[in-house]
Design a protein around this ligand. Sequence first.
Ligand code: ADP
Ligand code: MG
Length: 677
Amino acid sequence: MLSEPVTKLKGVGQKAAEDLASMNIHTIADLLYYFPYRYDVYEIKPLSELIHDDKVTIEGRVVHEPSLTFYGRNKSRLSFTLEVEGIAVKAVMFNRAFAKKQIIPDNMITLTGKWDAHRLQITVSNYKLGPAEDQANINPVYSLKGDFTNIKLKKIIKTAWSEHGDDIHELLPIHYLKSYKIPGRKDAVFSMHFPQNRSVLKHARRRFTYEEFLLFQLKMQLLRKLKRESTQGNTQHYEAVKVQEFIEAFPFSLTTAQQKSLNQILADLKSPYRMNRLLQGDVGSGKTAVAAISLYASITAGKQGALMVPTEILAEQHYQSLTELFGDLATIVLLTGSVKGKRRKEILSTIQNGDADIIVGTHALIQDEVIFNDLGFVIVDEQHRFGVEQRRTLRDKGLNPDVLFMTATPIPRTLAITAFGDMDVSVIDEMPVGRKEIETIWTKENTFERILDFIAKRVAEGEQAYVISPLIEESDKLDIQNAVDLFHQLQEYYPPEVNVGLMHGRLPAAEKDGIMKQFAANDIQVLVSTTVVEVGVNVPNATIMVIYDAERFGLSQLHQLRGRVGRGDKQSYCILIAEPKGEVGKERMRIMTETANGFELSEQDLKLRGPGDFFGKKQSGIPEFKVADMIHDYRALETARNDAQEIIEMNLLENDKNYDSLRKYLEQEFSFVDKLD
Ligand code: ADP
Ligand code: MG
């Protein structure tokens, strides 16, 4: 049985079992599914193509008997000549005296080892009597712990295979194997460990890639279904006519993508299920408009709505624009850490007695002292900055509102499918008409005066600029010092009629607010800032974004900063000051100058940084796959997602016998269902 401990196997004693346990191998099944992390593939190439010092494989005819010399204690050196492509090549083998008898003149031999191109000599690490076959050329390499060697582990896996290989059962419906042309589970396990040739290995890997994705998708989607079913009784009867009137009052009509996302959100509000939706859209794609409309819908249903944002500046800005937008239609209050004393008490009581319809704030919103009257709908902006904990707090307060997460960091399709597989996703993938593409320029620091003069010219035309100051890694204090220095430098450089402002995270909220207001009113023309302006700030008259040390930022963050300009109808510019040392850094600057589309950019960012880095270390929630690679195998990922969707929607696990083994597997896995968050 596959579930038996490894110690059942011949040759696995206590010490070996301990070592295996440290590799997370406990059962025979664990062992059989412990796949190599890479394969060394040795190809026989013509001598002329072999590279000095590389590990190579050659095949030739032994010319005469090897000579054996001993030295030191128990050390030996075996050398012989072989003929490869009519050329004499020297082979050296250390400490394999026993091989002397096997290496016989005129016989073929295949050698792998380090190549010395100058002396036409190979230092052999592996040899095989006879000519090369495909099989000999692929060497699986396992990740090892304890006293294990690659050879020893391979041997134990071989034992496990010959004694228990027949117990490996198919998990996928048979017709999947046919339509995807993938091998059965048992054959695929064998090929992963003992690949006969490249093609067989490729198909085995294809199979497990698909299997891993499918199982993962099935789990996520089942979880989503269970979550939905466990949160019934949440219907918001909004007034469609009023909502339509509200939309018609906008000075623009919604884009198709906005309308579609809005419809999905409204359907969620109306449905008895709790909304758990992610709204994705590039900066400036008009998410805020969609958010406002759906908040309004919730109000017409007699509920309170909350908008949570990551920074105070943003909270204040949203508060202002929503207040303008709603006029008399709703009572909107602002609750942040800097709302204090009597004012705070007043606001808290309007939230509790239901006078407040919309509450805008930072995570101050979810503190204990805040008691909602009837919270029906929560929008979380830039959701990746909120921890899972914070989302949970609301529910711990006995509230079970519809929740919409908004993000302007376009999440690569590949990650969205995996990381947010248990959420519904709406995407605004279209910009309002008439937007001009921002021109992005990459330059070096020595052009700074030219940049300042360029800004002066645009300012003379009535436009405005942001200058993001240099970044000091992990030092808030120095960042601010840099901003202050730059601020003074610019103040000196420009004539008095150009007003330079300074913005950084340590300023008191009132001062930040004042500065943003001055900038919005064009009383400040050039705003020197740390990255606090990154998210959401909206000043349509600003047309220039200068970013110092651009190489220090991720592509998505640069794109966010760039999104602060290009919000009006004038041509905008983003100037990246960067002198990246490495190739990756240069590549990133190049991508920024060439790519305006946030989704495309995020895909590129993901490729350069890898999934672990993308969301920051901790909270990614991205699963580790053994064989599959989310970036390279995204087609398989999409196929698996669609298949999983079909399986769940059509209830195939229960209705179709072909899905029996999948069902059994999932039933086992789903003993964790009570952990639903
Ligand atoms: P996001 O929140 O996605 O960054 P916003 O909602 O702030 O984008 O919209 C950016 C700007 O575009 C705002 O000035 C907004 O008034 C405007 N806008 C939004 N939707 C449209 C539209 N359909 N047509 C024209 N302008 C729009
Ligand atoms: Mg916005």
